[in-house]
Ligand binder design. Structure first.
Ligand code: NAI
Length: 328
């Protein structure tokens, strides 16, 4: 299939070209994001391959149809950036990569927790400057702490397994209980109970109208004072204004973010020579107990290989006219 790959970075190119040896698709790579302005690049391609920040609303989907595109291949799990109803109405097939490495994201969530807890981000800088004092670096044992996992699907379940190894007490909130988590001794509770009882809260549910801003001015006061909050799900699960207020008044003890509400204007690109205009993000970055990473939870060799193989396999199935289990 002829595929226009948008928002492509050198690492995407490497993994897709390598996986394509088994398929023989005609891939063309564009660094540009897919927008109404760049949509013309897709002219004559049957498929576009896009990532998390490409916003495929009805207007853009109509533009794609005009260029002859009939398939959208998401090389990610989340699909909140695609208007699926419009795609269906326009006859565009949308496929995704539902699972590539839940370990990658779960392990990154643990990295954020341990770094914030033991302040290794600060210790690294201190020691390099000859400051060997321990003041301000006091942490806590993970063992025995209560961790609340919101969304106990593929990633949440791997996180539960890792934290079980640490000896944490596990709480879960989900629409359905995961037998693997129950087997680890996880106790399922409603979201309010999870917020109230957890020392650490980690978000692993999809972004939907129901989960949008689940952490807001109403839910923060219900949490334990000093709670650690980790978000590797989607930025808009958290109301950023509210979390800044919670950090300022000390209710939030530590915050680890791999995703951020307005990330599509910044993440994945080098803005180090510019004046960053996002005042909320810049305020977040002033807190010593906040750690932000640039949506890198998925970024392991194993995950990139799996993403490329599944994406190209999805396209091959559609090309052969076979049903695709990863169709949305
Ligand atoms: P999954 O579909 O296996 O699990 C999601 C779980 O959330 C399911 O068990 C579902 O029942 C639950 N859920 C849905 N609505 C809920 C609600 N209102 N309250 C509580 N639970 C709810 O998905 P997976 O693979 O575990 O991924 C989870 C999320 O992680 C994705 O939706 C995506 O947004 C994010 N993600 C982030 C990455 C990163 O690089 N930071 C990479 C991959 C995914």
């Amino acid at each position: 299939m002829r595929v226009a790959v948008f928002s492509s970075k050198p690492y995407d190119r490497d993994s897709l070209i390598s996986a394509n040896a088994a398929h023989g698709h005609q891939l063309e790579f564009f660094e540009a994001a897919l927008t109404p302005q760049t949509c013309g690049l897709a002219e004559g391609f049957e498929a576009v391959c896009v990532f998390v920040h490409d916003q495929l609303d009805e207007h853009l989907l109509r533009c794609l149809v005009g260029e002859g595109v009939r398939v959208v291949a998401l090389r990610c799990a989340g699909f909140n950036n695609v208007d699926l109803a419009a795609a269906r109405a326009l006859g565009i097939q949308v496929v995704r990569v539902p699972a590539y490495s839940p370990h990658a994201v779960a392990e990154h969530a643990v990295a954020l927790m341990l770094t914030l807890n033991r302040h290794t981000h600060r210790a690294y800088n201190r020691v390099r400057e000859g400051n060997f004092a321990l003041n301000g670096l006091l942490g806590f044992d993970m063992h025995g702490k209560t961790v609340g996992i919101v969304g106990t699907g593929r990633i949440g379940a791997v996180l539960a397994r890792i934290l079980h190894g640490f000896g944490c007490v596990l709480l879960g909130a989900d629409l359905q209980e995961n037998p693997d988590c129950l087997a680890l001794g996880m106790r399922y509770v409603d979201r309010d109970t999870l917020l109230a009882e957890s020392d650490i809260i980690s978000l692993h549910c999809p972004l939907t109208p129901e989960t949008r801003h689940m952490i807001d001015v109403h839910s923060i006061p219900r949490m334990k004072r000093g709670v650690m909050l980790i978000n590797t799900g989607r930025g808009a699960l958290i109301d950023t204004q509210a979390i800044i207020a919670g950090l300022k008044n000390g209710h939030i003890g530590a915050l680890g973010l791999d995703v951020y509400e307005q990330e599509e204007h910044l993440f994945f690109e080098d803005h180090s020579n510019e004046i960053i205009q996002d005042d909320l993000l810049e305020r977040l970055l002033t807190f010593p107990n906040v750690l932000v990473t640039s949506h890198q939870g998925f970024f392991t060799r194993e995950a990139l290989t799996a993403i490329a193989e599944t994406t190209l396999g999805n396209l091959a199935r559609l090309e052969r006219g076979e049903p695709c289990p990863n169709a949305l």
